[in-house]
Design a binder for this molecule. Structure first.
Ligand code: FAD
Ligand code: NAP
Length: 328
């Protein structure tokens, strides 16, 4: 096609989090000249956090620094890192096709999907109304604005606890609102939370409405999850930390997925329902969702792509595509 930019690679990696970057390093070291599309968040989710204390080899490392280091390693390994966003794919024929935001057509013999996940919102109209004016999903990004003020975090997982802890660096007081009476967060985080005098737990409560005025958020209306009773908290900011949704809308109808939109893979593999297409990291994993597990899956995906390209029957799953639905 005249005037259309078409770029072919043996391996196209979509996503630049731990999964995508690791797939890139392995594919490059296998001399597959991979191309990696960074997407809307170069470096992925860890770029919006502070200390990461469970990445092997680093007692404590800032998320953005860790991802910058990974990005540097990927480039040095020879991966063609492209600052683009994939807006459509066609996985029905080979070579596979992915279309970039500016119209570039990326064709590839294999694809590694590592598009990760993004923050989930409560779904309240008032949340949309006050987003950016007191409602946020990123304490690292917005915590600074709450110096000496009172804020609240919603959620009961590791993210919510870490957001609350981080906010205590700035805020005078932080409420952690959770819909149950036990947290999902790990023990270390729970211990830190309970030891922090600035944090007060609000158990068995959900946010019914976010209150505000022309200046932004002024409070939250709460509903008790046991008896439905109503109460209010005066806060200047509300941080929503209730989990993430996999970034898989691009692949709907083309790959087998579960009811929440996570890409299904054959157990013990990253092979999807389409032969030659692999999925790694949070996009296919709702159980562990860690940097290290994502990186591990990125490694698996690159090795499986290499075997697929070599046409080895050593890996029949990759060669045939997995009937993922039948296996879960
Ligand atoms: P992500 O990191 O989500 O990266 C997805 C990538 O896909 C991004 O680069 C994005 O730009 C790209 N992308 C998306 N859509 C497209 C598209 N259409 N086209 C092209 N590219 C696209 N885990 C830990 O192990 N330790 C921690 O301390 C820790 N702290 C965390 C703190 C926070 C606040 C959060 C939110 C998560 C934390 N996690 C932590 C979890 C960890 O960040 C994730 O498990 C991990 O980043 C997942 O990696 P991934 O590569 O699968 O995807
Ligand atoms: P998560 O573990 O899925 O927790 C989401 C929390 O939000 C749960 O407590 C859930 O309540 C609550 N929730 C969900 N929907 C809600 C709603 N509509 N209203 C109110 N509350 C709602 O998500 P996460 O905390 O973002 O963590 C994601 C993954 O990243 C996890 O695997 C986590 O371990 C990992 N992570 C790890 C670290 C670390 O290792 N230091 C740090 C951050 C994240 P219920 O509990 O009632 O379901």
């Amino acid at each position: 096609m005249q005037g259309v930019d078409v770029q072919h690679s043996k391996v196209l990696i979509i996503g630049s989090g731990p999964a995508g970057y690791t797939a890139g390093v392995y594919a490059a070291r296998a001399a597959l000249s991979p191309r990696l599309i960074e997407g809307p968040q170069p470096g992925g989710q860890l770029t919006i956090t502070t200390e990461v204390e469970n990445w092997p080899g680093d007692e404590s490392v800032l998320g953005p620094d860790l991802m910058a280091r990974m990005g540097e390693q990927v480039r040095k390994a020879g991966v063609d890192v492209v600052g683009d966003l994939i807006v459509a794919v066609d996985l029905t024929a080979t070579p596979f096709l992915a279309i970039g935001d500016g119209g570039t057509r990326y064709t590839a013999d294999t694809i590694v999907i590592a598009t990760g996940a993004s923050a989930r919102w409560l779904g309240l109209d008032s949340e949309t109304e006050y987003r950016g004016r007191g409602v946020s999903a990123c304490a690292t990004c917005d915590g600074f604005f709450y110096r000496g003020r009172v804020c609240a975090v919603v959620g009961g997982g590791n993210t919510a606890v870490e957001e609350a802890l981080y906010l205590t660096n700035f805020a005078e007081k932080v409420y952690l609102i959770h819909r149950r009476d036990t947290l999902r967060a790990d023990r270390t985080n729970q211990a830190r939370l309970h030891a922090n005098p600035k944090i007060e737990m609000v158990w068995n409560a959900e946010v019914a409405e976010i209150l505000g005025d022309a200046g932004g958020v002024t409070g939250v209306a709460l509903r008790d999850t046991r008896d439905g009773s109503a109460s209010q908290l005066a806060v200047h900011g509300l941080f929503v930390a209730i989990g993430h949704d996999p970034a898989t809308s691009l692949f709907k109808g083309q790959l087998q997925m579960d009811e929440e939109g996570y890409i299904l893979v054959k157990p013990g593999s990253t092979a999807t329902s389409v032969a030659g297409v692999f999925a790694a990291g949070d996009v296919q994993d709702k159980l562990f969702r860690q940097a290290v597990t994502s990186a591990g899956m990125g490694c698996m995906a690159a090795l499986e792509a290499e075997r697929y390209l070599a046409g080895h029957n050593a890996h029949p799953i990759a060669a045939e595509g997995a009937d993922c639905g039948a296996l879960v």
